[in-house]
Design a protein around this ligand. Sequence first.
Ligand code: ADP
Ligand code: MG
Length: 399
Amino acid sequence: MRRTAGPARGTEPRSPVRADESAEDRFRREFGRPPAGAWAAPGRINLIGEHTDYNDGFVLPMALPQRITVTAAPRDDDTLRLVSRQADARAELAIGDLEPGGVTGWAAYPAGVVWALRQRGHRVRGLDLLVDGDVPLGAGLSSSAALECATALALADLYDVSLAGVELAELARYAENEFAGMPCGVMDQAAAVLCRAGHALLLDTRSMATTQVPFDPAAEGLALLVIDTRAPHRLVDGAYAARRRGCERAAAVLGVAALRDIGNEDLDTALAVLSEPELRARVRHVVTENERVERFVELLRAGRLGEAGPVLTASHVSLRDDYEVTCPELDAAVEAALAAGALGARMTGGGFGGCVIALVPEERVERCAAEVRQAFDRSGFAGPAAFAATPSDGARRVW
Ligand code: ADP
Ligand code: MG
């Protein structure tokens, strides 16, 4: 049976907004009882390693200070009642009715986690859930993974499911892929769960081996500026699927399991085998991007972050020219940031909108943000948002 997250069964008028109300009070007002706890998971940016995760390659995300917190209580029936402070529609769903594609809107993410746990044979039952957070929605900072991972952690705790770390991330990804129908790679959920404050997370998406790499831009007088272009996402789903298919096709022609198996030293040979110029460009991006992750990590480990700017910019150029997933706003933000003194800048996330990151000397952060705003103004783009981000902790229980 299909049900939406709209006010179908939840026909109650939306609760009046009371900005200063605590999450606990709001929970009581919504559900008429106290919550059992609160769990939070962060948004993320990917420092480098873009469109490598579905090629079994390397990524280097870090968690943002912005997070999604879910306040929750278990139920002794099979009903899900879901409310978000950032969404209008309240959802009430019967767990037995959950099926992939059957829930639309934001409720598909938490409902998908419940479905995924049940699919994997875990005994979870109903839940009252209040969502609150400051990860911008749909900006490429992975609010969806934060929502899934916070929900998964809450359910694991409340229903005694022993699920943590990579397994928890993979379950959340399974929910997003299969239930919400978004074919994302595992980076977003892995970052939301595994990142640590003061570190970037080097993730080998083939083996799922992780390494915490100390990352402290402030120690070198630098800041990581995140610029949300607020560009409307265009063509995202179709283009993403097309890139994935292209990579799979190229890997098949080259006789490897995934493009990760082509090293930089094999690149020329590989390119000579491929006849389609477009496919050659896609492969060149993936192979050189994996190499750039390695280079960036080497510089981080050597305490030479100040020299890593060109590696970031080279990643952007590759994503723009070879992978063709940027858009005018992303390119303009990178250009303006570099012109304002950023050491390097690149789009982060899937592309076609979303965010740019720029490595900027601390004293130039304000100027950099201002110049990006002016460049957007000149081009007639909507005003971007900018903030400096520090590497923060992954998902955890709040109380
Ligand atoms: P991103 O993950 O980059 O933010 P997505 O399109 O993958 O972009 O996910 C955004 C979606 O996640 C939102 O449209 C909404 O459905 C859901 N979501 C994220 N945060 C919240 C929230 N605080 N409340 C309700 N839904 C949310
Ligand atoms: Mg997402």
